[in-house]
Design a protein around this ligand. Structure first.
Ligand SMILES: NC(=O)C1=CN([C@@H]2O[C@H](COP(=O)(O)OP(=O)(O)OC[C@H]3O[C@@H](n4cnc5c(N)ncnc54)[C@H](O)[C@@H]3O)[C@@H](O)[C@H]2O)C=CC1
Ligand SMILES: CC(=O)C(=O)O
Ligand SMILES: [Mg+2]
Length: 618
């Protein structure tokens, strides 16, 4: 139509073209001008043309089943005041929004201003989660473009407080809950979930939320936070993720007596009843979504390893605290060796003191141990490198009957029961890794002694949230006179020493691997997550760190690069799946340029035109 008008030589007013600043006047017969100035509704749209130097590709419309106000109430489709007038008409909610349209960058700006005006981290979290509940595209755009600022708000440390106050702050549903009452119904219940194509589930039973212990159903904050990172950092689309709490009760007395607590107020299920419930959940999930990835998160150690052992070869799953933390820590340790000018093979010559023998501590030990075997060490040589201690001291063989099989592997023949200080003084470890959830456990004496015995000790207090970190960045740098190689589970600011030197702590957190692992296995159609996949994920992460970063003591990349890191991790995982014949979904054309394939598949939060399905079908 437009082209035929142009061909006929008629000249349209400039205002009929998008972006023009001249209002198109439509005078009615009584002289009333019914039009509104063009610029009120036609803010230039940054989703077309350029966004931060990248040309947007053609955006195919999404056909949706709903119309009218339902769309405004659906956070997956809602664009708030960014809906264009034509779209408001087309989808039948014209008049339900204020007339002025803001483009996405103005919406982002407005939320940023609101967040930055707030002092309290939990209020910032609330503001962002309100956006999450209203408009997922905007929420994820903010995360993608401002991840360094936003990660501590939606993830550790603030997510810890968000979980503790989950019931008090509860606004609206997000995720699914399964409890004992649901036994026998789960296969039907999973069909209540409104999205038909779920790719990733993060599930917790709330028994060990970060280092905060049993938070019961309040633990839902963790799957929500992890899945936000899956979308923003791992490029999984938000309609493809599902947070889950298996509400098996709680042994937390405060919650059992809290009138506002929203979970089951009974002691935790134990024994067969517990495992049957988990099993029914897994079967129900896989009945509806046979290829879904299940990430076990924050299960107490007594259950975590057993569940992993039971399902790891049957189901596409992994345990983030055991395996994700293991892979991430391996990357950090390899980075630390590189920073010291040592080869990766030097891993097998280290003396590694791990404080904490739970899921994370043993998971890290297992992955480091496997890496040593990869580098040619024998099992005996590799085991000799480890000194693992819990609150009763160094794990020794005399306690084998009390230890899990996974812990028993690392029990020492001699010196069982030595304290951390005694181990440091006797064995002079080169690394001290903390996964105890005991804030401040690494004392000044312990760290000074580490530095006395080792020129550049690797010190990783990995417990979360910040209050549970075994030491702070400032303490570690000060007590080692800036010599240590430091990374922590929760973020710390750079440290300026009295002499003006500045040290940059980096974050050793499984967020650097789980989004990429999830992206990789779901894209290629893997049936299980293998140990080798975790190993190559660790390598990809370690290789991402540049020589310049290492020279500054940074053993992990800056979080601003996390999307690219996830892409590299995903590519490495897919290559491993191809090598072992697990990449069932990939076609030859995808193999030509795996990097480009993965990049193209990653969710990019932009507003996509919406059209009503029924309109098309008529
Ligand atoms: N940075 C990261 O990516 C990750 C960090 N973590 C953090 O690691 C911590 C531990 O997690 P899990 O292993 O799952 O918990 P867990 O409760 O299973 O393990 C804690 C371990 O610390 C030991 N412990 C307690 N007090 C101690 C003391 N005074 N001295 C030495 N050992 C002591 C316990 O006996 C237990 O073995 C949590 O704070 C968690 O947030 C966990 C996963 C990932
Ligand atoms: C980071 C994490 O998974 C944890 O602290 O449990
Ligand atoms: Mg965790």
């Amino acid at each position: 139509m437009l082209s035929s008008v142009l061909r006929s030589g008629l000249r349209l007013p400039a205002a009929s073209f998008r972006g023009s600043r001249t209002p198109l006047r439509l005078l009615s017969s009584n002289g009333f001008d019914p039009s509104i100035p063009d610029e009120w509704v036609e803010e230039p749209d940054e989703t077309e043309g350029e966004w931060k130097g990248c040309t947007r590709r053609f955006l195919a419309p999404i056909k949706i089943n709903s119309r009218g106000a339902d769309i405004l109430n659906n956070p997956l489709f809602n664009k708030g005041v960014s809906f264009k007038l034509g779209e408001r008409d087309r989808l039948r909610f014209r008049g339900l929004l204020p007339p002025r349209r803001l483009n996405m960058s103005l919406q982002v700006q407005r939320v940023l201003e609101e967040i930055r005006a707030e002092e309290s981290m939990i209020r910032k979290n609330e503001i962002l989660e309100d956006v999450h509940d209203r408009n997922e595209t905007l929420y994820h755009r903010i995360l993608v473009d401002h991840i360094e600022e936003m990660a501590p708000i939606i993830y550790t440390p603030t997510v810890g407080q968000a979980c503790k106050e989950f019931a008090q702050r509860f606004r609206r549903n997000r995720g699914m809950y399964f409890c004992e009452e649901d036994r026998g119904h789960m296969a039907a219940m999973v069909y209540n979930w409104p999205q038909k194509d779920v790719h990733v589930i993060v599930v917790t039973d709330g028994s060990r939320i970060l280092g905060l212990g049993d938070l019961g159903a309040n633990g839902m904050g963790i799957p929500i936070g992890k899945l936000s990172l899956y979308c923003a950092a791992g490029g999984i689309a938000p309609h493809r993720v599902m947070p889950v709490v298996l509400d098996v009760g709680t042994d937390n007395k405060e919650l059992l007596n809290d009138p506002y607590y929203l979970g089951v107020q009974k002691p935790r299920l134990q024994g067969a009843a517990y495992y049957h419930l988990v099993d029914e959940f897994i079967q129900a999930i896989r009945h509806r979504w046979p290829n879904v990835l299940i990430q076990f998160e924050d299960f107490s150690s007594d259950k975590a390893q057993k569940l992993l052992n039971k399902y790891r070869d049957q189901v596409l799953c992994f345990n983030d605290d055991i395996q994700g933390t293991g892979a991430t820590s391996l990357a950090g340790v390899l980075g630390g060796l590189r920073a010291k000018g040592e080869e990766p093979t030097a891993l097998g010559e280290q003396r590694i003191l791990i404080a904490g023998a739970g899921s994370a501590g043993i998971g890290v030990a297992q992955v480091l141990y496997q890496a040593m075997l990869e580098h040619g060490r024998t099992e005996e040589e590799a085991k000799e490198c480890f000194f693992i201690a819990d609150e009763k001291g160094l794990l020794g063989v005399e306690r084998s009957h009390q230890l899990s099989p996974e812990q028993a592997v690392f029990a020492r023949e001699t010196d069982g029961g030595l304290s951390l200080n005694e181990i440091v003084n006797k064995y002079k470890p080169t690394m001290l890794l903390g996964m105890t959830a005991v804030g401040g456990l690494f004392t000044e004496k312990l760290i000074r002694d580490m530095a006395k015995n080792c020129e550049r000790p690797i010190i990783f207090p990995l417990s979360n949230p910040t209050t549970k970190a075994e030491c702070s960045a400032e303490q570690a740098f000060e007590w080692t006179d800036g010599k240590c190689i430091f990374a922590s589970g929760s973020p710390f600011d750079p440290v300026e020493m009295n002499d003006g030197r500045i040290f940059y702590p980096t974050q050793c957190n499984n967020m650097f691997v789980f989004p990429g692992i999830g992206l990789g296995v779901t894209l290629c159609g893997a049936k299980t997550v293998s140990d080798r996949m975790l190993y190559v994920a660790a390598e990809a992460l370690a290789n991402y760190v540049s020589e310049e970063e290492l020279a500054q003591g940074k053993v992990f990349p800056n979080i601003t690069t996390i999307r690219d890191v996830s892409k590299k991790v995903a590519v490495a995982v897919i290559e491993e799946a191809i090598r072992t014949g697990q990449a069932s979904k990939l076609k030859d054309k995808h193999l030509v340029d795996l990097d480009a394939f993965v990049a193209k598949k990653m969710y990019d939060p932009v507003y996509v035109p919406l059209i009503e399905k029924r309109t098309i079908e008529i």
